[in-house]
Design a protein around this ligand. Structure first.
Ligand code: SAM
Length: 253
């Protein structure tokens, strides 16, 4: 099985759980990300399905009329929040490869009555949109899951308009993570083991063409209750972070 198949299977399972009324979970990282006023305006299924590690829409500074694309949109929480911020003249796209997640997201869209929203099926390594089609790329705890992050960042750059913004929440690590963790598919899907080292993230963004790059830690994880081996937990403690990653596509000259 490839990493992609494993990720798909895991998130299909998570989507079906939420459709059955249970809460989704992404390792130890996805609690209390949204404030009550944000959650209260959304269908319960979108809130239950939240599997992110940050709140990119709160940090992305979205404006009316903008076009936003959420990479790995899951149950759609950040797409629905973005849609409110960009208003009727704007548009919010969600992109996900897992059919069950798309079904859940579309059900949540219907419940929310959001008309400026479209969920697309596809892979973030191969974004099904033309070049220079969006103003802002957001994403919440997804890029770490990709086995080809360089390609994801190049695709993000391609679909952004000149002056477009990349405003993403993701898990990053500081320094090398032990091989035992890297090898653990379970942790990978739990949003930890695929995390890029922060300097490597910056390097790949620069290589893709981005400028004004910043990586700002929003939470540092302690793994005492994460259900992983104590020795490993101690080793990675304090070195795995939820971060907000910002970058821009330069203007045309
Ligand atoms: C950790 S969940 C995050 C979902 C959502 N962003 C949120 O905050 O709730 C990861 C989502 O990304 C999707 N995903 C993972 N890898 C992907 C890929 N390579 N292409 C498209 N979607 C992907 C999964 O299907 C899943 O819905």
């Amino acid at each position: 099985m490839t990493i992609k198949d494993t990720v798909k299977e895991k998130y299909a399972e998570a989507a079906l759980k939420v459709l059955g009324g249970e809460k989704g979970r992404c390792g130890p990282v996805s609690d209390n990300l949204y404030d009550t006023s944000e959650k209260s305006g959304l269908p319960e299924g979108a809130v239950l399905a939240s599997l992110g590690c940050g709140n990119p829409t709160a940090l992305a500074d979205l404006h009316e009329g903008e076009v936003v694309l959420d990479l790995g949109s899951g149950g759609g929480i950040d797409v629905l929040l973005s849609a409110k911020r960009v208003g009727a003249k704007g548009k919010a796209y969600g992109l996900d490869m897992t059919d069950e997640m798309l079904a859940l997201a579309r059900a949540n869209q219907a419940k929310a009555g959001a008309t400026n929203v479209e969920f697309l099926k596809g892979e973030i390594e191969n974004i099904p949109l033309p070049s220079a089609a969006v103003d802002v790329i957001i994403s919440n705890c997804v890029i770490n899951l990709s086995a080809d992050k360089s390609r994801v960042l190049k695709e993000a750059f391609r679909v952004l308009r000149p002056n477009g913004r990349f405003a993403v929440s993701d898990v990053v690590c500081r320094g090398e993570i032990p091989d035992a963790v890297r090898r653990s598919m379970e942790l990978w899907v739990g949003c930890i083991a695929g995390a890029l080292e922060e300097k490597e993230y910056e390097r790949l963004l620069r290589e893709a063409g981005f400028t004004d790059i910043s990586i700002e830690p929003t939470r540092v994880y302690e793994f005492t209750d994460a259900g992983i081996d104590d020795v490993l937990a101690r080793e990675i403690s304090g070195r795995v972070m939820g971060a907000f990653i910002r970058a821009s596509k330069p203007a045309l000259r």
